[in-house]
Ligand binder design. Structure first.
Ligand SMILES: [Zn+2]
Length: 100
């Protein structure tokens, strides 16, 4: 008595068939849930990853600028602010793409 045959998805890592509702591969424990939305959401994942990275870099740069009492026109302050804003915009546009 198996109910697994209702729908199988192949693991993106090892290719093993898994139940359609599986979150992780029963064979290699790799993530499967991500595969289902891979095509439509690949761009927003890239955007959001980039955005979080930029945000983190901008944040660190801003903290560094503040820590060393840099003026607001100093390159490190400006770079930090730009990174922070760009990061937020990227994350927001990624979220927007995902919601469509
Ligand atoms: Zn696997």
């Amino acid at each position: 008595m198996s109910t697994v045959s209702a729908g199988l998805v192949n693991c993106p890592s090892c290719g093993a068939p898994n139940p359609a509702n599986a979150e992780v591969c029963t064979h290699c424990s790799g993530r499967i849930a991500a595969l289902r939305t891979e095509l439509p959401s690949r761009l927003d994942i890239v955007l959001q990853t980039l955005g979080i990275f930029l945000f983190a870099v901008g944040f660190v740069l801003l903290l560094t600028a503040i820590y060393f009492h840099q003026s607001i026109e100093s390159p490190i302050f400006v770079a930090g602010a730009v990174g922070l804003v760009a990061g937020i915009l990227l994350v927001a546009s990624g979220a927007y793409l995902r919601s469509e």
